[in-house]
Design a protein around this ligand. Sequence first.
Ligand code: GLU
Length: 278
Amino acid sequence: MSGGVVTRFAPSPTGRLHEGHAFSALTAFEAARAAGGRFLLRIEDIDRTRCRPEFEAAVYEDLAWLGLSWETPVRRQSEHLDDYANALERLRAQGLLYRCFRTRKELAQAAQSAPHGPETPFQGGPLPPQEEAERLDAGQPFAWRLSLERARDALGPAYHGLTYLDLDRGEQRARPERAGDVVLARKDVGVAYHLACVVDDALQGITHVIRGEDLAGAVDVQRLLQALLGLPTPAYRHHPLRLGPDGKRLAKRAGSPALADLRAAGVSPQALRARLGL
Ligand code: GLU
C-alpha cells in the first residue's frame, strides 16, 4: 500500500469491544501507519435502540488503551442521517427501490417456502399497486429495498463488470445476486448498514476497507451501491476472525472477554498485541 492511504475502524457501540475488534482496529491502524496514511474512526450508531453512549465512550477508552490515535471529529452516523436520506432519494428517483411492508414473521415464512430453501436471498419485489396503496393508507410501516432486477437493468453490461481489489486475493467480481433485494432503509431508523457504510466510506475518502471476514459478503452489495451512486470503490481486506481457545470463532457479542476485562485482569496492550500476532 502506498501514500494517500486512508483506513478506518467502524464499530457499532452496541456492546464492549473484544479481541476481534482490537485485531480489526489495530490491523487498519497499522496499514495506514505503514503507508504514511491516515486512520479514521467512525461510530456506526444508526440503531438508536441498540447503541448506547456508554459503549461509545468505552470505544474511545479501549482504543486509546490499545495505543491507537485517530482524527477528530469522529464521524457519528446518527449525526448525518440527511446524507443517507439524500443517497436513498437518488436511488428512489432512479426507480431502483420498492417499499417492503413485510414483517419479520412474513419474511421468515417466505424464506421457508422459497423454492431453493430458506437460504435463498429475498427478492420479493413490490406489492401490487392496489395493495400497496391500501397498506399506505392504513399507515403500515415499510422498509425500502433495492430491486436487484432494476439495478441490473439500470447498469446494463456494467453489472458484470462490478469488480474490486481484494488485497489478499486480487481482483474479484462482486455478486450482488448472493444478497438479493437488500433493505437500504429500515422501517424503524430510515437507513440501513450498507447504505450508510458506502456513503461514509466515500465521504471520508476511505481507500482501504479492512474488517473481519464476517463482513466479506457485504462487498457484493456495497460494490453495487457504489456503481449506482457513482461513488469510488476502495480496496478491501477481510481478515480471518479470531478463534477462541476451543478453536471456535469469537462471537462478536458473546463469549469472548471484553478488552476492559483483559485490562482489569492486568493484560498489557503489548501482551494483547503479541497474543493477536501483531
Ligand atoms: N459497524 C460494523 C460492525 O461493527 C462494521 C462495518 C464495517 O466495517 O463495514 O460490525
